[in-house]
Ligand binder design. Structure first.
Ligand SMILES: [Zn+2]
Length: 259
């Protein structure tokens, strides 16, 4: 109501009312920002995912930082899938307009669907998703694809890298996830393991943001140039390879962990 406006925004008269006024403004701004963020959530982009995230992610928002980082009590394994570059940029771009982001997002969406069908909880995450901060899951896999430039005939195949961890137990588990992804992805797609792992992969930003208990890996599913056909026309195989790699890790399947 109009007559209430002067009461809501009083003129500050002294130090105390000035402080009170500032506090009021802080609360009003915080409320508006919170409302805007809630309203701006692009729930239409990925069906049912974002609202699931909003409901499931902050397990106990009022607990201390240490407690919040503990694995959830739910017996259902939780998997995080980052669709590389989603929400930030298009990644590698081909001359005809095909983007890495398109490939990453549709593969990541297929992976999420397959894992959901198998009964797993899956968070489909953006490249710089706010949920990545202290994010806990049984495994986190970030999906990317390599350059669309023609480099040479060896610029084909996939790469997998783990997060660099300081604790030995975490390294063992990270190596297992990496080995599982390499073995199962190769079986499912027939693509060869490309033997170079760039700094971009091992220094991947999300690895620093997530909970230290979350075992994470990044996979470059293929090169947009020479592997274009399988990346665009057989995405079911690509997704299947990632899903099988994750299941291999979760189920402790026998796999050669030697690099
Ligand atoms: Zn990328």
């Amino acid at each position: 109501m109009r007559e209430n406006i002067p009461q809501t925004f009083p003129q500050p008269r002294g130090p105390i009312s000035s402080l009170f006024f500032q506090l009021q403004m802080v609360f009003i701004v915080a409320f508006l920002v919170a409302t805007l963020f809630t309203a701006a959530t692009p729930s239409g982009l990925i069906p049912s995912n974002i609202s699931d995230l909003a409901q499931n992610a902050p397990l106990q928002p009022d607990t201390s930082q240490e407690q919040a980082n503990q694995p959830p009590l739910s017996s259902q394994p939780r998997i995080g899938i980052v669709a590389g570059h989603w929400g930030n940029d298009s990644g590698a771009v081909c001359q005809d307009g095909l983007t890495e982001l398109e490939i990453n997002l549709s593969v990541a969406t297929l992976v999420k669907q397959q894992l959901n069908d198998l009964g797993y909880e899956v968070d489909l995450l953006k490249e710089f998703d706010p949920l990545l901060e202290d994010y806990y899951a049984n495994a986190l896999v970030s999906i990317h694809a390599d350059s669309c430039e023609y480099v040479n005939d060896q610029a084909t195949g996939f790469k997998v890298a783990a997060a660099l961890r300081s604790r030995q137990t975490q390294n063992d588990r990270a190596n297992r996830l990496t080995a599982c992804l390499r073995a199962r992805y190769q079986e499912a797609t027939g693509l060869a393991l490309h033997n170079s792992v760039t700094n971009d992969m091992t220094l991947y930003h999300a690895f620093d943001e997530i909970s230290a208990d979350t075992i994470a890996a990044i996979i470059e599913v293929g090169f947009l140039n020479l592997d274009r056909q399988i990346l665009t026309q057989s995405q079911d195989k690509i997704a299947d390879g990632v899903v099988r790699g994750i299941l291999c890790y979760l189920n402790n399947e026998d796999v050669n962990t030697g690099n």
